[in-house]
Design a binder for this molecule. Structure first.
Ligand code: NI
Length: 306
């Protein structure tokens, strides 16, 4: 996705070296106070409307997410830009794209974005996980980057990000559904690390943390009186078919209400809308993504998770 903005944030060689050594990096600013204020308004509107719910793009990460009156403890919206076109052209996107090219090289492409809300006094913790473990198709090699921006201050009290340094150098660890319940969307790392090694990353509003697909991370509950909103832009090198056998079985087991809504929506013609969005998002400009996207489309047509 192209923006009309010129990138203004440039990582220094020392920051790039720190990122590759620890698997994450915090920076004090990636957007402007004016833009962050606008984004807060957009996020509050999208979450109040539960934008994207009918197509499975809005769900709660840690409850059964039924359409009853249970309050959402960790509501999320996948690709919020599909429901608020004004998110296309932001300073955040311009700077994040530039940083992604600095960290992963010129073949990097935007892959995904995510809006997450932790409601005041009620927002749940985000379990320890590696982002790569959420990939449904384990038959590819992934090299991915997430850039996470809080839309207000992020503190230990309201659920700032926490990382375990060096974990990006390991492979994907076994994960599972919280409480071994496949109706819960989130996954959690099943072990093989010590949470006492965590480094919390409090940030000012409009700052950012960035991490690789295997860097273990967590965010605590929101014990404060203000909503904790975060906007994540994800990037990746086009995934290449893998020569090794891996199985992310914890994703195959999922039976979430959000996935049911997505399947229903796709059957009713949503699959064409999805394809149109990919074309508009510049899929055709990246021929190296075609094998990956074709497999994903086949899975979608078969009614599987993608
Ligand atoms: Ni994550």
């Amino acid at each position: 996705m192209q923006t009309s903005q010129t990138p203004k944030v440039e990582l220094t060689p020392a920051q790039i070296a720190e990122f590759h050594e620890r698997g994450f990096l915090a920076i004090p600013q990636i957007s402007t106070p004016e833009e962050v204020e606008q984004l807060r308004g957009i996020f509050d509107r999208l979450f109040a409307q539960k934008a994207g719910r009918a197509e499975g793009a809005q769900f709660d990460m840690v409850t059964h997410d039924d359409d009853d009156n249970t309050p959402q403890a960790l509501p999320a919206i996948i690709n919020p830009v599909n429901f608020a076109p004004e998110l296309r052209d932001t300073i955040f996107r311009s700077n994040a794209g530039h940083i992604a090219r600095q960290l992963l090289g010129p073949s990097v492409t935007a892959s995904f974005e995510h809006a997450i809300l932790k409601p005041p006094r009620y927002g749940a913790a985000t379990p320890w996980h590696q982002d790569e473990a959420t990939r449904v198709d384990a038959n590819f090699d992934y090299e991915q980057l997430s850039i996470w921006m809080p839309l207000q201050e992020a503190t230990l009290e309201n659920g700032c990000m926490q990382y375990i340094p060096g974990t990006h150098q390991q492979d994907v660890l076994p994960h599972r559904s919280p409480k071994s319940d496949p109706k819960i969307h989130a996954i959690e790392c099943a072990g093989g690390f010590d949470p006492a090694d965590a480094i919390p990353c409090p940030l000012p509003s409009g700052g950012a943390v960035m991490h690789l697909g295997r860097t273990l991370h967590y965010a605590g509950p929101n014990n404060s009186d203000i909503p904790r909103r975060a906007y994540i832009l994800a990037f990746e090198i086009p995934p290449k078919p893998s020569t090794r056998q891996r199985d992310f079985y914890w994703n195959r087991e999922k039976q979430t209400a959000g996935l049911d809504r997505k399947r229903r929506w796709r059957k009713q013609g949503g699959i064409l809308i999805e394809f149109g969005r990919k074309l508009r998002g510049g899929l055709w400009r990246h021929p190296s993504r075609i094998v990956f996207e074709a497999r994903r489309a086949i899975r979608a047509l078969l009614g599987r998770a993608t």
